[in-house]
Write a protein that binds this ligand. Sequence first.
Ligand code: PHE
Length: 446
Amino acid sequence: MKKRENWTSNVGFILAAAGSAIGLGNIWRFPYVTGTNGGAAFLLIFLAAIIFIGFPVIVAEISLGRNTAKNPVGAFKKIAPDTPWWVVGGLGVFTGFLILSYYSVVAGWSMSYIFKAINGFTPGTDFATLFGSHISGFGVPLFWHAAFMLITVLVIRAGVVGGIQKVAKTLMPVLFLILITLVIRAVTLPGAGEGLSFYLKPDFSKISIQTFTDAIAQAFFTLSLGMGAMITYGSYLSKDDNISDNAVYIIGFDTLIAVLAGLAIFPAVFALGFSPSAGPGLVFITLPGVLAEMPLGSFFGFLFFLLLSISALTSAISLLEVVVSYVVDEKGWERKKAAQIIGFIIFIVGIPPILGYSSLSGFSFLGMDVLDTYDWFANNIFLPLGGLLTSIFAAYVWKAKNMMKEANSAPGKITLGKGYEFLLKYIAPAGILIIMAFNIWTTFVG
Ligand code: PHE
């Protein structure tokens, strides 16, 4: 059998994992969730969610992967053979499959907006109508969805070091530079201050139970937790690297980029006299309007949608890798063939979300279109469920002390102790359970 690939350096792992974490969740979702949920007040709750739930779960996932050197299904099987726990890994593989199918559709919108920006956004255009007619087309969104999946497949085909690590090492610095450029441009616009205060001014009156559940859901999605991505990436990590230190870097970069994304968007939105909207409308409708009015808007628009597309690519890579590593390890498929076949199936599963804006527009699940329905199940059910079961597994089946031994095996700045054990055994599972119950309750009952 071929030897399992390892990242060639610790930095390679951190960039790949940060690449997975940093995605549409940071650049498109985080800013508007923060802006509409009480600004800095939300940020504080989000940071608490990251520290008390995100950190224990990400460390547990990476440790599970590194200890077993296996895909999510294989990892659970190796630690608890002859038990049904492998189903948790299976759920992760399924979730990766599901998320990628619609993630790629949105990434495709972003790619096509790169070209719309290059051609220039004309002032006075009704950008809501433009966006509506873009997504309700068939051929164009399908083409970009296919293009995005193709690029993702090509990276995964090239392997862990030659594909994933190489792309992360090249693109993550580019992503950072673009974002910094955009932030500098935005905050130096005359009138930027109002946007800054909208984004960050703490407004505690906006805090409700919903804010906490939003913060925890955002923490899972943005850190790529609960579906085995960090198990898979951890499985390629060398025994010499310290897991907790790495987790802190990943979380730190992810949070930094999310906060910066808001700094690139809101000051510009307010400076040019627009009002912020929520959801996809913020980047695909409001922002083009802003760019149309801004000097060099075409250039900055090009940079912004390039940034969004790059962030989506490094996340999509991790989603596909979860599924590919599973069929490679467990079913003995060859990597290239696996990447192609699975990439193609995911492409097909992504067609209904596209059609949800045209021929399937009659579809509605609790008032949501197809894409939002896929997203709802992933975010509200599968990711938290995966995270819950993974933390229970690590704490009680594998046992916290064994898991911590793996995490502490290489020397680093952080050594996990009693405090961590408490988070993993009680706080994380209880916190996740509460938000899941609340989400299901508010959706179906109250
Ligand atoms: N973390 C990614 C983002 O913020 C999304 C993602 C979720 C990627 C789960 C992999 C696994 O966009």
